[in-house]
Design a protein around this ligand. Structure first.
Ligand code: NDP
Length: 259
């Protein structure tokens, strides 16, 4: 791998917003080498070859087995990156789950559902970031303006400010567990920003807006004004490219809210 490439790891990139983010970056510039984080390596391999066949592709892509809830998988992925590239430039923490549909009331389901959501959406982001920080610290992009980046794919629904504001469209009940997980993720993002800004890191929260993926019922969210998957990918890719650097340390996106 040529040292001139910017190495970007995107988690949960075999479909949805992660996939579209990868494709957008690779169509945009030859400078990106995307590591396509996928739970299943076989699906990752077929997704990577699907991306490679896209007309006009400029960048390069490698599938990487990565289940963000598995410490062994995180360790193997980290060792692969270290051995193959020696460093990492940009980490996009995109993998996420919504959890059970609302209405589940029995205590053990509530507990296991919330535990799984927190593990996937928050704890995995912490473990993965901590594991990969040494590789990000060796980023070739350490000199501004090309600093290493940590991007937490989050949501305005996790904003405490918005949730508490009676004038906000987010001032409504529902999806409490998912929203609490994104609130925690936002705090994690701010904590990393405070901790790492002195070391030349850029840390972002990025809200793709309401996007019609498998995450929520596609047809229902389309009726609520959801954008197409590629638009969600474009929004996250713009943060990767540095177009939203004015919003560093905040949850940037359509709504530009603070955590
Ligand atoms: P999708 O359900 O379409 O895709 C989710 C991706 O995450 C899949 O690739 C999935 O892999 C992966 N994933 C889930 N669990 C794990 C795991 N344990 N390890 C590795 N990968 C995992 O969702 P979206 O693309 O819509 O969402 C992506 C992110 O964007 C999420 O963090 C979500 O919270 C956020 N977001 C989405 C919005 C929307 O409207 N869609 C709005 C705001 C934020 P697999 O195929 O193996 O299941």
């Amino acid at each position: 791998m040529g040292s001139e490439k910017t190495i970007v790891l995107i988690t949960g990139a075999n479909r949805g917003i992660g996939y579209e983010t990868a494709k957008n970056l690779l169509l945009h510039s030859a400078k990106y080498h995307v590591l396509l984080g996928c739970r299943s390596l076989s699906r990752g391999a077929s997704t990577a070859s699907d991306i490679q066949s896209t007309p006009g592709l400029l960048g390069t892509v490698t599938p990487l087995q990565l289940d963000v809830t598995s410490d062994d998988s995180i360790k193997s992925a980290s060792e692969f990156i270290k051995t193959t590239y020696g460093h990492l430039d940009i980490l996009v923490l995109n993998a996420g789950i919504f959890g059970l549909p609302p209405g589940t009331v029995d205590p053990s389901s509530l507990r296991s559902n919330f535990t799984t959501i927190l593990s996937t959406n928050v704890i995995s982001a912490l473990v993965l970031t901590e594991t990969l920080l040494p590789l990000l610290s060796h980023s070739r992009n350490l000199s501004p303006p090309h600093t290493p980046r940590l991007i937490f794919v989050s949501s305005s629904v996790g904003s405490l400010t918005q949730a508490a504001d009676p004038e906000s469209k987010y001032h409504q009940p529902g999806a409490s567990e998912y929203r609490a997980s994104k609130a925690a993720l936002n705090m994690l993002m701010v904590q990393y920003w405070v901790r790492l800004k002195g070391e030349g890191f850029l840390v972002h929260g990025a809200d793709p807006g309401l996007v019609a993926t498998d995450f929520l019922n596609r047809e229902q969210v389309k009726k609520r004004g959801a954008v197409e998957e590629w638009v969600g990918g474009e929004r996250i890719a713009s943060v990767v490219r540095g177009d939203r650097d004015a919003d560093v340390g905040r949850v940037c996106g359509e709504y530009g809210v603070s955590p």
